[in-house]
Design a protein around this ligand. Structure first.
Ligand SMILES: Nc1ncnc2c1ncn2[C@@H]1O[C@H](COP(=O)(O)OP(=O)(O)O)[C@@H](O)[C@H]1O
Ligand SMILES: [Mg+2]
Length: 223
């Protein structure tokens, strides 16, 4: 379970202070599919960074299961990100000179999984997200946007995370492809103990989510 309590993040911007996330409290149960919507600048990416331990709050708390990640040391946060979180971004963020399978193997290399096991698990994950056959041996530049995002999701799953954080994962995709990517993420949350939190502009995605949060100036607004 993810439990956010009175979470606030302020940034200094020149002489003024921006409150990017303003006193948020909510929780998401294990295995739920949660959607965050809101206009540009409403604090969505800042919130995901706090949930993923990429940044620390100015006040309040993020709790993932028994772990209060907002109070962890730098070392604990690195371990938390590596072992418990899978990130998916709008621009896919794949390594260009590695093929699809090698991209998915990389996070397993970081935690010392045997090479043969890395490869078989990577292939299994690529099959699971629908990237089959010789496409598994292609570099990202020879895959479509939707296929690259499938690779990125498989990579996010590599170390069996408890939480997938996806920041506008369909932002660079046409609407049909985007829909299939969202379907993959939703199925994933419901078929496993992986919780998925997705930032999206698509209100139809939010309507189908187990939890929908709308941000307005960093605060929760009615959905
Ligand atoms: N590192 C930063 N330094 C200063 N201001 C920031 C920083 N990151 C985000 N902000 C500000 O915080 C607000 C929320 O930004 P962000 O979380 O990126 O919104 P969204 O993802 O919803 O577009 C914006 O006003 C943005 O300019
Ligand atoms: Mg953003």
């Amino acid at each position: 379970m993810i439990k956010v309590t009175e979470l606030t993040k302020r940034f200094k911007s020149g002489d003024s202070i921006v409150t990017a996330v303003n006193n948020l409290s909510f929780s998401v149960e294990t295995g739920q599919f949660a959607a965050i919507v809101g206009t540009s600048g409403s604090g969505k990416s800042t919130l995901l960074s706090l949930l993923g331990g990429l940044d620390r709050p100015s006040a309040g708390e993020v709790r993932v299961d028994d772990l209060v990640i907002s109070k962890g040391s730098d070392r604990q946060l690195i371990k938390y990100r590596r072992d418990m979180i899978g990130f998916v971004f709008q621009n896919f963020s794949l390594i260009p000179n590695l093929d699809a399978t090698e991209n998915v193997m990389l996070p397993m290399e970081f935690v010392g999984v045997k090479r043969s096991e890395q490869r078989s698990r990577a292939v299994e994950l690529l099959e699971q997200v629908g990237l089959k056959g010789s496409k598994q041996e292609r570099r990202p530049s020879r895959l479509s946007g939707g296929e690259q995002q499938r690779v990125a999701i498989a990579r996010a799953l590599a170390n069996k995370p408890r939480l997938i954080l996806a920041d506008e994962p369909t932002g660079n995709l046409d609407s049909a492809t985007g829909k299939s990517i969202v379907d993959i993420l939703r199925q994933l949350s419901h078929s496993s103990a992986t919780t998925v939190i997705i930032v999206t502009h698509d209100l139809s995605v939010a309507q189908k989510a187990d939890v929908a949060l709308r941000l307005e100036d960093g605060a929760l607004a009615a959905t």
